[in-house]
Design a protein around this ligand. Structure first.
Ligand SMILES: Cc1cc2nc3c(=O)[nH]c(=O)nc-3n(C[C@H](O)[C@H](O)[C@H](O)COP(=O)(O)OP(=O)(O)OC[C@H]3O[C@@H](n4cnc5c(N)ncnc54)[C@H](O)[C@@H]3O)c2cc1C
Length: 474
């Protein structure tokens, strides 16, 4: 497949490209375009990497139940490993993702998922009834080729031997190995440095894209309202929208045709684990899979129902916390005794403004306590923090910008020389390197990789038919 939507464009190298948005997607596009000889202006009103890209959990994984996303993410991991280099400047780890279940339904779901993920390219599936052949995760580094594929570990005793702090109720553990985390600011800085060191020298402009001027079907220039109040008109050969949660808003400057994107609030808790409940050097990314009830006493339950203000348009949906809760609560150690804790479903009902606020300030006051209550099911020791969370417990976050089929949005849209790069929801950090490369191939009319048609809009490769939700009990 070849990019060829604006074949009449006059020149390739030396092409002037304006990129809107200096998050991870914009940094990657700037890097990949500059490497190909384009002259890039990166327009960003905030600090570079200062919006959602600043607040992620910094994790990556290679398993997807989508034959387009597997090669896309493998390429991204390959690019991340190259940027990490011999000195591992982005602190890439390969601790893995561990999913735990205690119910029969959960066990079957993890088994089904492991088989499918392996079939879709996540590597060898190994089952362990004893630990002789199970490889423990290294504290750091990512180069050991054995850290690939998926391990299923059976039995509470085995799980306890590996992770003594995990509940004895856990009967099965799925450990996906080619996964871990990194320093996301380091990744962004490495891409920005590569962009500015390229021969064509990327320029950064502090301001926001405020208008797009067209000549016929093409974007001819981009009008920027600079942070110092002045306006600047940037004539260009191509315009790239990497606006994250603001992508739809920016794209309306180009076309009336809406992008298939929705924003979702997503927040994380940063716990100062002064009691050392979570071992920092051996714990992987951990997720509890089963549904559960939270342990409220009768009085608190009544109070939670009363507290619910959603009928008056509020965001406190506390009456739902007394019913069954989906699994999915997760954590990872973050160094210096800190632990990141998240539970996605708690903020999913919250509306997001057309011009989303940043930094995010609107999330549930009880979010840290709710994350603790959920995660206590997987790590009982976390219960010792109830009512005792230190004032240094922080909550921050940003937005998942999602497409309906959870695939990225990378390709031309709205004009022959206008392009979009984003929509990567939960995986926009790990996906950025490959997304930026794919975008640059579109702009520079290079041969496109197999996954290009799955990322364009409209999709040229239909979305996956099998939808497996690790958290679905039914
Ligand atoms: C709590 C949380 C945890 C996450 N965990 C992970 C994870 O573990 N792994 C993972 O891969 N992903 C994760 N993500 C997702 C990931 O962080 C995002 O997908 C990614 O950072 C999005 O990058 P971006 O560059 O598209 O958007 P952003 O970083 O938001 O960048 C968009 C930029 O566009 C700029 N902009 C807006 N309007 C304009 C304008 N008019 N002109 C110019 N610029 C403009 C904004 O200022 C902003 O800087 C997480 C997200 C959250 C919120």
């Amino acid at each position: 497949m070849r990019a060829g939507l604006w074949r009449c464009a006059p020149r390739l190298s030396g092409r002037e490209v304006v990129v809107a948005g200096g998050g991870l997607a914009g940094a990657s596009c700037a890097w990949q375009l500059a490497e190909r000889g384009a002259s890039v202006t990166l327009v960003e009103p905030r600090a570079l990497l200062g919006a959602t890209s600043q607040y992620s959990t910094e994790c990556y994984r290679d398993f997807f139940i989508d034959s387009a996303l597997v090669p896309f993410m493998s390429r991204s991991v390959e690019l991340m490993e190259t940027l990490a280099g011999d000195d591992n400047v982005i602190n890439l780890t390969r601790r893995g993702y561990c999913f735990f279940a205690g119910s029969d339904g959960g066990k079957e779901a993890l088994e089904r998922f492991a088989v499918l993920a392996s079939d879709f390219g996540a590597g060898e599936l190994r089952s362990h009834k004893s630990l002789e052949k199970y490889l423990r995760s290294p504290a750091s580094g990512f180069r050991d080729p054995a850290l690939a594929g998926i391990d299923l570990v059976y039995g509470s005793d085995n799980i306890q031997q590996i992770f003594p702090f995990v509940t004895k109720e856990a009967q099965v553990m799925l450990h996906a190995r080619k996964c871990g985390w990194m320093d996301s600011q380091g990744l962004g800085q490495a891409m920005l440095a590569a962009a500015s060191e390229s021969a064509s020298a990327t320029r950064t402009l502090r301001g926001r894209v405020a208008a797009v001027e067209k000549r016929g079907e093409d974007v001819a220039a981009v009008r920027v309202l600079r942070n110092d109040g002045a306006e600047e008109l940037l004539p260009c050969d191509a315009f790239v929208n990497c606006g994250g949660a603001w992508m739809s808003k920016i794209q309306r400057l180009v076309t009336d045709e809406a992008l298939p994107l929705e924003n979702e609030v997503h927040a994380k808790v940063i716990l100062n684990d002064v009691k050392g409940v979570i071992p920092q050097s051996s714990t992987p990314f951990m997720v509890w899979r089963d549904q559960m009830m939270l342990d409220w006493d009768a009085e608190t339950r009544e109070g939670l129902v009363e507290l619910d203000d959603t009928a008056e348009g509020g965001i406190v949906n506390s009456s739902s916390w007394v019913g069954p809760q989906p699994g999915g609560q997760h954590l990872r150690p973050a160094g210096n005794g800190r632990v990141l804790m998240l539970w996605e479903h708690l903020h999913r009902h919250m509306p997001v403004e057309e011009d989303p606020e940043m930094p995010l300030s609107c999330f549930l006051d009880m979010y840290p306590e709710l994350c603790l209550a959920g995660l206590q099911k997987m790590v009982p020791g976390l219960g010792s923090y109830h009512g005792e969370l230190g004032r240094d417990t922080l909550v921050d976050g940003g937005y998942y910008t999602n497409t309906p089929d959870q695939r990225p949005l990378v390709g031309s849209h709205g004009a022959r020389n206008a392009f979009v790069c984003g929509g990567m929801g939960t995986y926009g950090l790990m996906g950025s390197p490959a997304a930026g490369e794919l975008l640059a191939k579109h702009v520079m009319q290079e041969e496109l990789p197999s996954y290009a048609g799955a990322c364009s809009w409209p999709r040229l490769v239909p979305p996956p038919e099998i939808v497996v939700d690790l958290l679905d009990d039914s």
